[in-house]
Design a binder for this molecule. Structure first.
Ligand code: GLN
Length: 444
């Protein structure tokens, strides 16, 4: 056995240094650094971070919200239990957009997370702390959650690999939800191989989460293969055409050439323009509607922060007005509007129907093609001051399809523009993580 205590002492110092630079952690905990490396698990002693909406026993879990600032769970999320069994070393909890709502990590209670490639820029969100700490080299892997693009957006901005697997592949027991029909736990790493190791360890059925799949978990790492000659890949050309920056176009075309050279067949197809434009409004109604319902329990009585009032109603109103960022309150208003009895048919149920149409369109494509490839967003990580006014684009919205349809989707770096990472996105069939991983492995 090797004495590794010195390594962990250095790692602790490095953690405080990176925290000063990136502001990416909400809690530093250094749970169980091993004294020696005698165990044979691949993850023994491997330093990692958890997005702060993943419950950790006796360690604060704030979801970067004032409302949960003092929340200390009395149990571990299922994924945390699994990683403990592997003796992985938890460095700390990673900052995020409040309650996972956002794509900039600017709404976190502890302030913005900085991008390690250029600290004047955002890391992206909502799993921004996770992406930033993996990119900095401090954490070998991080867990995040993805409801619309929250693993893949910051992974793209920070130049790391980020995957949201099929809905139901990983247990969500002990995860503070955003929108249950869209939420997934996922992994961020610096390589596809690392990602497949972690994914394999945390996937699988959990009797605490009835939505978790009972399918046997494949050996993703063992089955990693560079042979992609059998792959049929679709490129959504009307999404690619929307890219304004020709340098990103060129990097994307390089990926197409790489796949062709490896023997895959690549075809240009188009996605219904009407459905592309419908993605964002449909998502807004469903995600915010579900969130409003899930977070009704954050009222100052059962959980967290509590304000004063003359009576119960006033207390709850004050608690929620002071406990949540304004942008979160806006989302709750939108969600409540869509769920109001008189609006349900024309808003919430209509959104469900259009969701079905979008899902059918992508599933049709995946009957013919194994992988759908697009650029993972419109541009590089914006500067902090630009991020406040940033609006979403159709290229960005496209990633949400994987959540609407529950599909596995992986973002990986494909080059640099202005010294900042640029990324490509791969989507595959439900429970066919392996093909997505193999395709990414060939592109890496
Ligand atoms: N940016 C999207 C939102 O704000 C997605 C967030 C997520 O995936 N958690 O809702």
């Amino acid at each position: 056995t090797i004495d590794v205590s010195l390594y962990y002492q250095q790692l602790q110092k490095e953690t405080y240094f990176q925290q000063k630079r990136l502001n990416a952690l909400t809690t530093i905990c250094f749970q169980n650094p091993p004294q020696n490396l005698s165990s044979d698990s691949l993850l023994t002693g491997v330093p990692y971070v958890l997005k702060d909406n993943i419950c950790t026993c006796q360690i604060p879990t704030t979801a970067s919200s004032r409302m949960l600032e003092d929340f200390i769970p009395v149990y571990d999320a299922h994924v945390v239990q699994l990683l403990k069994q592997e003796n992985a070393c938890l460095i700390g909890k990673a900052s995020m957009d409040e309650l996972s709502m956002g794509s900039t990590n600017m709404t976190a209670l502890t302030g913005p997370v900085y991008n390690p490639w250029d600290t004047r820029r955002i890391a992206g969100g909502s799993s921004g702390g996770s992406a930033s700490l993996v990119a900095s080299g401090l954490a070998t892997f991080a867990l995040g959650t993805d409801t619309g693009d929250s693993i893949r957006r910051p992974a793209g901005f920070c130049g790391v690999v980020g995957m949201k697997p099929t809905w139901g592949l990983i247990s969500r027991y002990g995860i503070i939800p955003y929108a249950a029909s869209l939420d997934t736990v996922g992994v961020l790493t610096r390589s596809v191989q690392d990602l497949s190791i972690v994914l394999e360890k945390i996937a699988g059925h959990d009797f605490h989460d009835m939505t978790s799949s009972r399918l046997p978990v494949p050996h993703y790492r063992y089955n990693l293969s560079l042979d992609i000659s059998y792959l049929k890949v679709a490129v959504i050309q009307n999404v690619v055409d929307k890219l304004k920056d020709h340098r990103i176009q060129t990097l994307f075309q390089n990926c197409v050439s790489l796949l062709k050279n490896a023997g895959a067949s690549v075809h240009e197809i188009s996605f219904s323009q009407t459905y592309l434009e419908a993605i964002f409004p449909v998502y807004q109604i469903i995600a915010n509607g579900e969130a409003t319902s899930h977070h009704a329990c954050l009222d100052g009585i059962k959980y967290g922060f509590q304000s004063q009032g003359q009576n119960l109603e006033e207390m709850v109103i004050r608690t929620r007005s002071q406990g949540f960022h304004q942008s979160i309150q806006q989302r709750f208003i939108l969600g409540a509007l869509a769920l109001k009895q008189e609006n349900q048919k024309r808003m919430f149920q209509k959104a469900q129907k259009v969701r079905r149409l979008i899902v059918e369109e992508i599933q049709n494509i995946l009957q013919t093609y194994d992988i759908v490839m697009v650029p993972s967003g419109e541009g590089i990580a914006p500067l902090i001051e630009e991020a406040q006014s940033q609006s979403h684009t159709l290229v960005d919205d496209y990633l949400i399809i994987a959540n609407l349809a529950g599909l596995p989707s992986l973002t990986l770096p494909c080059g640099f523009v202005d010294d900042m990472p640029v990324a490509v996105n791969l989507m595959g069939r439900c429970f066919d993580e392996q093909t997505v991983l193999n395709c990414a492995y060939a592109l890496e």
